[in-house]
Design a protein around this ligand. Structure first.
Ligand code: SAH
Length: 410
């Protein structure tokens, strides 16, 4: 076997002496500081990054050239990157004589210690740390390391912890319904979860990828019908976490956009349960996008408002250059359109209804405030759907004549 023995070092509170004040030292010093090491830099000059660390008191500095073995006093580890091979070799030899491991950045393979390509995949139950050494080829090691991170965060690797950890909850946005629109953090936490509490709008493909023994609790809500009351969902989250389980509460879109994520977080915090919130791609923006509708567009709309229900409609801007996005708006579509016209929006204002965005069932129905309710009824529009109101709707892929202000709905 060639190459170094890969070993984990606990550096917290331990002295490390770094000889040299250049960019390589700066990078390593930053990494070592993150591990809690106590850093002493020996160098006549420092690059700005190192100087800043000295000025902030995070690193101590001996402002001169390496003077000999006494500079290494008390070090558990030595790092040398002076740019001068002879000096680096001397530092390495002095460290060797004192039985102290030394990284020789100038001649990595010659050092008694070598730095592998490293990365952390963080979970609330502790980080998974990886270190790769690839026959002394740092580029190959870095490439392999990055591939491993991709693999570990892809959701296919079981990251559950088998040791007691006190439980946690993550409120995770699942995006609008397409697996690829999940965040990396979401897939990582799903792979670390013992229990997944899920919603109706969560992509099924995501659940299908979970390890077989991950428990899935479906608290999905149907429109106008709430099978599991919110208090009960809060109770499930808190109780599962208190039993020491890793809980992902997977929610459609973004947890904080009309998703009651704030309440679930508050319930966890009130119960003293560790909670993390992972944003998701909200349907309010991404479902219109799936139909080709940007919620803002230069010269067409400079802002947008996301609403549900009717109470807030009268107070909203009435210009067709302000986009309205209505969630959960299908049952009340006719009334919404009528109220917007009553509030001052022109009846000719374009409206798009996008059902099941980002899924194979996606369907787009276009019209104006005057006729959208009728058109929607004709084709039997159903939830989930996003209603978009404003001139931006004319940018939809399906709008009959392309170009703002041109063409009309046939
Ligand atoms: N937190 C979610 C919204 C929850 S409210 C988010 O950020 O996306 C539920 C409403 O979101 C539905 O009634 C519908 O209006 C909309 N919605 C969610 N996913 C959708 C999808 N794939 N297609 C169309 N509408 C969707």
């Amino acid at each position: 076997m060639s190459g170094p023995f890969l070993l984990g070092l606990s550096l917290a509170g331990r002295r490390v002496v770094a000889v040299g004040g250049g960019a390589v030292t700066a990078r390593r010093v930053t990494d070592l500081l993150a591990e809690g090491a106590e850093l002493e830099v020996v160098a006549p000059e420092l690059v700005p990054g190192l100087r800043a660390l000295v000025e902030s008191g995070e690193v101590s500095w001996t402002p001169r050239r390496y003077a000999g073995a006494a500079d290494l006093d008390g070090a558990f580890l030595v790092h040398t990157a002076t740019g001068d091979p002879a000096t680096d070799r001397r530092v390495a030899a002095d460290a060797e004589a004192r039985h102290t491991f030394c990284v020789n950045a100038g001649e990595a393979a010659a050092g008694s210690a070598q730095v592998p390509a490293r990365a952390d995949v963080a979970t609330p139950t502790g980080d998974v740390r990886i270190a790769v050494h690839a026959g002394g080829d740092p580029r190959r090691a870095a490439g392999v390391r990055s591939s491993l991170v991709d693999h570990l965060t892809s959701g296919v690797v079981d990251l559950r912890s088998h040791r007691p950890h006190g439980g946690w909850v993550a409120l995770v946005g699942a995006g609008p319904g397409e697996e690829q629109l999940l965040t990396r953090r979401a897939t990582t936490l799903l792979a670390a979860a013992d229990v997944v509490v899920t919603d109706r709008l969560v992509p099924q493909a995501v659940l299908a990828r979970l390890p077989e023994t991950t428990r899935v609790i479906d608290v999905g809500k149907q429109p106008l019908h709430h099978p599991v009351p919110q208090e009960e969902i809060n109770r499930i989250l808190v109780e599962e976490a208190r039993r020491g389980r890793a809980v992902v509460r997977l929610k459609g879109g973004d947890p904080y956009v009309l998703g009651r994520g704030g309440e679930e977080r508050a319930a966890c915090e009130a119960a003293g349960v560790r909670v993390e919130v992972v944003p998701g791609i909200t349907s309010a923006v991404s479902v219109p996008a799936a139909a080709g509708i940007p919620v803002t567009h230069r010269g067409v709309a400079r802002g947008f408002t996301v609403v549900t229900g009717h109470e807030e409609l009268p107070g909203l801007p009435t210009g067709t250059d302000h986009t309205l996005v209505v969630l959960m708006g299908i049952a009340g579509l006719r009334e919404t359109a009528a109220r917007l016209v009553a509030a001052g929006r022109p009846a000719s204002c374009p409206v798009g209804v996008v059902e099941s965005g980002w899924t194979a069932q996606q369907r787009v129905t276009l019209g104006t405030l005057a006729d959208i309710a009728e058109r929607a009824e004709q084709v039997g529009v159903a939830s989930p759907a996003v209603v978009v109101v404003g001139d931006v709707v004319t940018l939809a892929h399906a709008w009959p004549a392309k170009g703002v202000g041109r063409g009309a709905v046939a």
